[in-house]
Ligand binder design. Structure first.
Ligand code: NAP
Length: 495
């Protein structure tokens, strides 16, 4: 176990113990406590917001040109690289995720800061076509203070996806990690603090504010100094937050839940599809917003494909995240494991056949951890609750389909619209189906691949707005238009 960071939050530029409710984070592989984290109070949120507003307006930050701001992001990326093994081990301990995955997430976090630095240096503002005796320009300015609220499933990556563009946009950030997994955000906060200090920038440009979402998250959203909130989490929380934002007429970006269809057409490369379907739903133990949790297989292929899939799923290696051989690690928390188990019980009561899994693994090695076996269900129709609701665990529901219209109707019969996977050798069918599916991202003959340079986000109840890509920074800025008169003639007055 690496040393966990001292039990301090970053409030108003100062590392100190929060005066709020203490909570104990637990290693989900062992059930053992990792650290006691003292959350902040609502008053400390206000203090942090006030300091952040001052930091955002501080000329040392406000007057930096984009290429100068980019230096901060590059330095943070270097510090992440230097501390990569520590961050990965800490995230494995706090979230249970496999070490292979957390190493990849840490590398992607550093990549996010680097990419955003490059995007910032090369972002252009525009001179728009003039329609009179003036020059028209469109420029972008910081919002001021941004609230960033993240879930527990991939803290280092989701923190980076919010911090990098928000800082690049010239803002200060109040970051609230999930109560179950605050340790990585606190460790990343230390790195950002160090980079700010080295570059002589205001320390309060970042606050890391642990605490319960309904209290501390809510206080961030409602604070009058916060001009935008960027949120990743569940749809019902996102909706609550959007209501609060509406009262302030404040923009929000929402990255929410999913129930993504993966489609296997009759002509698919079966080997590739089997591996892709398993990785798409069971990596991260299914705790991924884009998990391909509904599997639609062409009826003529269905029995063979699902039969072989079940055989292979039974062989997936379930174990602690610290073992590099592990494929399915424990879930984030025992309470969450129980919620996943309850969904499988619900599926049984809805008439599902449990083709594999459907229980906790046996054996002493698993006794204290939040483990659940990778599970394949079938025999249900798409309106069953386990086909409609996000389980956020290692549970796949398989369904046969008859033709393309039937497939598209049922794949789209969901409140969610986050992602979709299509396995086929027919590029025309892939194009047709990919364009007809309601989803922010469609993977064709691959799944769960991510690139910081490609915009990401959901439709329907899966969210609002896009993260990543060159325009990701613009989501953290206000656009301003300037008209600059070029004629010496007086303006015409009516008549
Ligand atoms: P959650 O319960 O919605 O919590 C997300 C964050 O919001 C946590 O930090 C939580 O704090 C905070 N929060 C809770 N109530 C709040 C309120 N009233 N006001 C402000 N903040 C509040 O979600 P989760 O269970 O942690 O995460 C799983 C969900 O995230 C899944 O639905 C998953 O699909 C989604 N997700 C989406 C994406 C995407 O990019 N689309 C990526 C990853 C995850 P506490 O936890 O401390 O209470």
């Amino acid at each position: 176990m690496p040393p966990t960071p001292p039990d301090e939050a970053l409030i108003a530029g100062e590392w100190r113990r929060g005066a709020g409710t203490a909570s104990v984070t637990v290693d989900p592989a062992t059930g053992q406590p990792l650290a006691t984290v003292h959350g902040v109070t609502v008053e400390e949120v206000a203090e942090a917001a006030e300091a952040a507003a001052r930091a955002a307006a501080d000329p040392r930050w406000r007057e930096l040109l984009p290429h100068q701001r980019a230096r901060l992001l590059t330095r943070i990326a270097e510090l992440i690289d230097d501390g990569a093994e520590h961050l990965a081990a800490l995230q494995t301990a706090d979230t249970g995720k496999s070490i292979n995955e957390t190493r990849a997430l840490v590398a992607s976090a550093a990549g996010t800061f680097r990419y955003t630095a490059a995007a910032l240096e090369t972002a252009e503002e525009s001179i728009t076509p003039a329609r009179g005796a003036y020059l028209t320009m469109s420029v972008y300015e910081p919002i001021g203070v941004v609230g960033a609220i993240n879930p527990w499933n991939s803290p280092v990556a989701s923190d980076a996806q919010k911090l990098a563009p928000a800082l690049a946009g010239g803002n200060a950030v109040l970051l609230k990690p999930a109560e179950w997994t605050p340790l990585v955000s606190l460790a990343l906060g230390r790195m950002v603090s160090r980079a700010l200090d080295e570059l002589g920038l205001p320390a309060a440009l970042l606050a890391v504010l642990p605490g319960r979402g309904s209290v501390i998250g809510d206080a961030i959203v409602r604070d009058p100094r916060v001009g935008k909130v960027t949120f990743t989490g569940g749809t019902s929380t996102g909706r609550t937050l959007a209501h609060a934002a509406a009262d302030k007429l404040m923009p929000v970006s929402l990255e929410l839940g999913g129930k993504s269809p993966t489609v296997v057409l009759a002509d698919a490369d079966v080997e590739q599809a089997l591996a892709g379907v398993m990785f798409g739903v069971f990596s991260s133990s299914g705790q991924s917003c884009i998990a391909g949790s509904r599997l639609f297989v062409a009826r003529e292929l269905y029995d063979d494909f699902v039969g072989e899939l079940v055989e292979r799923v039974r062989k997936l290696r379930v174990g602690p995240g610290t073992d590099p051989a592990t494929q399915v690690a424990p879930l984030v928390h025992h309470k969450h494991r129980d919620s996943v188990a309850a969904y499988v019980d619900l599926a049984r009561s809805e008439g599902a056949r449990v083709r594999c899994g459907g229980t906790v693994p046996e054996g002493e090695a698993y006794a204290d951890g939040a483990y659940y076996l990778p599970t394949v269900l079938d025999g249900l129709s798409n309106d069953a609750r386990v086909c409609q609701e996000e389980i956020f665990g290692p549970v796949l529901v398989a369904l046969p389909f008859d033709d393309e219209d039937d497939l598209v109707d049922r794949a789209n019969d969901s409140v969610y619209g986050l992602a979709c996977g299509i396995w086929t050798r027919d590029h025309r069918a892939a194009w047709r189906i990919g364009r007809r599916i309601d989803a922010g991202t469609v993977w064709i003959n691959t799944y769960k691949q991510f690139s910081i340079s490609t915009p990401f986000g959901g439709t329907k109840d899966s969210g609002l707005g896009r993260e990543k890509g060159r325009d990701g920074i613009r989501a953290y800025q206000r656009q301003k238009s300037l008209y600059w008169g070029t004629s010496a003639a007086p303006l015409p007055w009516a008549n």
